[in-house]
Design a protein around this ligand. Structure first.
Ligand code: IMP
Length: 191
């Protein structure tokens, strides 16, 4: 079975290929020569994942999936959420986003947060969604240099290290994206 993954992120591709263990052939956007700017204009993580998978399905008429992720901080009413990539502005860096979160959280006692990934799979014209969540807390300053995005300020529950202090192997065992990806893999393997 061939399945298009609406991404060019090599890290995400490697992760899903490892989990699926060659049982499904995954094609990236580059593999199908798709260089479109796929719109992500919805106001929810679920909506954005669906928008991206439907865009590819409508254009290529092939089974495909897309993912969308956000960091939801309770004291900020779920922000940055669906706006996680561009929280500090359109051209912002990971560093800018982290600085904005730390500044908004300055003096805030409630530090609880969660990462959420939603995968939208379009299979034979029907949509299926798979969600992965990991709860944790936002610390007061950056720690660690691994990973990306908000990793240096997020400590998962039952750990005393940030995602950026864990090895990628350790993070990939417990992360939001790994949990959603495993659910997708189980679905595909049981077809
Ligand atoms: P995307 O939907 O996977 O592109 O994720 C959107 C944004 O969420 C990214 O630009 C990052 O800022 C943040 N993000 C997603 N996954 C992670 C993660 O595993 N660790 C830290 N930040 C993440």
């Amino acid at each position: 079975m061939n399945l298009i993954f609406a991404t060019n992120n090599s890290h995400k591709l490697k992760e899903i290929k490892e989990i699926l263990n060659n049982r499904v052939q995954i094609l990236s956007l580059q593999d199908i020569n798709c260089f479109d700017e796929i719109p992500e204009t919805q106001t929810t993580i679920e909506g954005n994942a669906r928008q991206k998978s439907m865009y590819i399905y409508k254009k290529y008429k092939q089974n495909c999936f897309a993912d969308d992720t956000g960091l939801e901080i309770d004291a900020l009413n779920g922000e940055p959420g669906v706006y996680s990539a561009r929280y500090a502005g359109n051209e912002c860096s990971f560093e800018d986003n982290v600085r904005k979160v730390l500044s908004k959280m300055n003096g805030t006692e409630n530090r609880t947060a969660q990462f959420k990934t939603v995968i939208s799979l379009i299979f034979n014209g029907n949509e299926f969604q798979f969600e992965g969540k990991i709860k944790g807390r936002i610390i007061n300053e950056k720690k660690g240099t691994n990973g990306f995005g908000y990793d240096p300020i997020f400590v998962p529950d039952d750990y005393d290290k940030t995602f950026a202090e864990l090895s990628s192997d350790e993070k990939n065992k417990i992360s939001h994206r790994a949990l959603a990806t495993k659910k997708l893999a189980e679905f595909l393997i049981n077809l």
